[in-house]
Design a protein around this ligand. Structure first.
Ligand SMILES: C[S@@+](CC[C@H](N)C(=O)[O-])C[C@H]1O[C@@H](n2cnc3c(N)ncnc32)[C@H](O)[C@@H]1O
Length: 296
């Protein structure tokens, strides 16, 4: 069992003890989600060369172990730096909190996902047509994913700004489709000040837009154009709101990364339907992420 999986199960058990009245329904939903996300119930018959966050492989060796590629080497430096920040309590991963969480193990388990985030930003940086590099993240949480994209921008000496959107509060019913209702109340523990502390290395390059999507789009500090957009909201309803608001602002060769594409069928459906008449290249990863490169 991965560490992230163990933490989620423990967190769910704690929640269960608190909310006994809705127990049976929640259990059914959790079991279903865990099954989807981690393929519980399958017997592992082979020794895995990589296993984590819903992705297991017996074949590929993580590319950062024996690579001479400069981007791989830099990725590894930033990854190790993050592990150190977490170890020294300078970066708190509240979403994985339990008194005995092994955060180092979780960061290793999430490495493929982080590697894809980092490289999606490197791609957008290499092919950008403008001097400025505007990044957007919808669904920031503790700042884990944006840390990798910000680090990629830093290493490329880009003139970069990140526009970060999150309620930093619980997910409310108004922002969920009925199919995603199991997400209701999640992330009520978030504190924007903690995320700011986590990302203080990059504070000069960040605008925080705290509020619920899509309402925050009316009052927020929104970019004119975008080279890199990451959507990770655990909600198909707000995923589509982001696409409708931001898509026309994406530059030629700009990218959109979807975190939930493989894990949430509802999100996959709305993304597929939105992109079907758009020009560009779309592909998805075994981590459950997907990427669209826009061609104007
Ligand atoms: C899965 S977490 C994001 C994780 C983050 N990208 C990472 O990997 O570190 C989902 C985030 O979406 C935010 N969120 C969900 N619905 C939202 C909405 N309607 N408006 C703003 N934020 C929302 C939650 O507060 C939570 O921080």
């Amino acid at each position: 069992m991965s560490e992230a999986e163990r933490v989620y199960i423990e967190q769910w058990r704690a929640k269960k003890r608190k909310r006994k009245s809705i127990l049976s329904n929640k259990f059914r939903i959790l079991k279903y989600n865990l099954y989807k996300k981690f393929s519980l119930g399958k017997k592992n018959r082979y020794p895995f060369s990589f296993s984590g966050w819903g992705m297991q492989t017996t074949f590929s060796k993580p590319p950062w172990l024996d690579s001479n590629n400069i981007d791989d080497l830099n990725f590894n430096i930033y990854h190790e730096k993050l592990k150190l920040l977490v170890k020294e309590n300078k970066f708190f991963l509240s979403q994985f909190y339990l008194p005995d969480t092994n955060y180092q193990k979780i960061l290793e388990e999430l490495k493929w996902r982080s590697y894809i985030i980092y490289n999606s930003a490197i791609f957008a940086l290499n092919f950008k047509k403008k001097n400025t590099f505007n990044m957007v993240e919808c669904g920031v949480c503790d700042g884990l994913t944006i840390y990798y994209a910000l680090s990629a921008s830093k290493i490329k000496n880009a003139n970069f700004i990140a526009f970060l959107y999150d309620s930093f509060d619980e997910i409310k019913e108004d922002y969920l489709s009925p199919e995603d209702i199991d997400q209701l109340g999640n992330y009520n523990h978030l504190d924007i000040e903690q995320t700011k502390k986590n990302l203080q290395l990059y504070k000069q390059n960040i605008f925080f837009n705290k509020g619920y999507i899509p309402d925050i789009f009316k009052t927020g500090n929104n970019p004119e154009d975008i080279s890199w957009l990451h959507i990770d909201l655990n909600s198909s309803k707000t995923t589509i709101e982001c696409l409708e608001f931001f898509f026309q602002k994406i530059n030629d060769s700009g990218v959109i990364i979807f975190d939930d594409y493989g894990a949430f069928k509802t999100t996959k459906d709305v993304v597929d339907s939105f992109l079907k008449d758009k020009t560009g290249h779309f592909f998805n990863f075994p981590t459950g992420q997907a990427m669209f490169i826009k061609k104007t």
